[in-house]
Design a protein around this ligand. Sequence first.
Ligand SMILES: [Zn+2]
Length: 215
Amino acid sequence: MSIHDDPNIDKPNNAEPNDDTPNGDKSRSLPDNPFAGLTRAAADSEDSDERWMEEALRLARLAELAGEVPIGAVVVSEGRYVIDTDADGRPLDRRIVDRRIIGRGHNQVVSLSDPCAHAEIQALRDAGRTLGNYRLNGCQLFVTLEPCAMCAGAIVHARIARLVFGARDPKAGAVGSIMEILNHPHLNHRIRIAEGVLAGRCMDILQSFFRQRRD
Ligand SMILES: [Zn+2]
């Protein structure tokens, strides 16, 4: 089965609000949602995948300034649902609030002399410190480049609920490009995946970095 057939993988450029469409995956994550019959709420109106990826890109630029391959990542907290009601107390809408960045990271393998200091690992460690927990249940990870095998493994260990990445990595990507670690049939943890968010800019910053290194 190719990555494009995987029901766990959102189609490219699927912003978070679209997850709540009837064919999206949000219904599975909210099995007891009493508002399923309502018109789709502005559940994620206050944020979007692009918003979080912008911060990951900002971190990638920090890596670039330090002479590191420019890759950035953020971990976003689960947030919580609030329910809007009418004057009679009937539910009208639900919204997610308090979603925020709890972990940031950028590639630092050279500066730290650490082969594990990929952007995702740094962001996961930062988020773990923020929550005081190595499990990041319900959290989302945004990263500018498709994770490698090491980072995909760490994402499973952290129990990240959703991964969003920008550009594909045809040489080392472990989310479909050269292998598929996430949602492996022998692993219990299921994770939702979206790709292609700000992919052009995520790829541009990498390509210009390597172009300058060659010149
Ligand atoms: Zn990695």
